[in-house]
Design a binder for this molecule. Sequence first.
Ligand code: ADP
Ligand code: MG
Length: 225
Amino acid sequence: MLAGDSVPGQTPLPDLSGLRNRSVRTMGELNALEAENIRRAVLRYLASRPSVRAAPFDEAWFRRLHRQMFGEVWTWAGEYRRHETNIGSAPHRIELAMHGLVEDLRAWHASGMGMIEQAARLHHRAVQVHPFPNGNGRWSRMLASVWMRRHGLAPFRWPEESIGGASVIRAGYLEALRAADAGDLQPLVRLHERHTAAQNAHGPVFRRGRELKRGGRESNPQPPA
Ligand SMILES: Nc1ncnc2c1ncn2[C@@H]1O[C@H](COP(=O)(O)OP(=O)(O)O)[C@@H](O)[C@H]1O
Ligand SMILES: [Mg+2]
């Protein structure tokens, strides 16, 4: 393990053999390298609205997104986990679970479910399966933001600094994920509502002149993908 305390809800790093940069000595250095890699993925997908071709939301792209976020730091980026972890699907079920998520996402969208609720469900299911050895939290939050951006909406703005470290924000976030695990999506939907970039900057543009119903439902601003 690298120097630095591990954080509750974080997958411990079981082995550092996949690290491309062998001079990394501390968790701080590792976090900085990963953040720089992720920044490039953020520019690619969130700076402007990505096309369907750029972000097709199929199973292969789910893996590609993880590779684009972590591939400069880890050799195994974009490859599914082959070992059991305390949360997440069994390794042999991961690919199937990802295909299932792709289908469910299309069905949620076609059903007229509000975009924020779709994004929250996508985020939760992705991180619940825990497909990769690490980076599942950051990847699943990114998925949710790219889904919004693909539909012409503002991405979520998570306080990545504090959500990745022990903090009150992280404690509330993990609590919302655990509620979602138990079948109650509402706390996680509300958390997404609170962390839309638009809420932060200009107020609730997602409401489009109508009150969100409980559960974050709203009209779909775009036709189904
Ligand atoms: N009970 C849980 N149910 C679903 N997801 C969880 C739960 N506990 C933790 N998580 C998620 O797992 C993430 C940690 O997984 P990890 O692969 O280390 O991601 P990262 O390295 O991006 O933080 C947390 O950020 C959180 O999103
Ligand atoms: Mg981690």
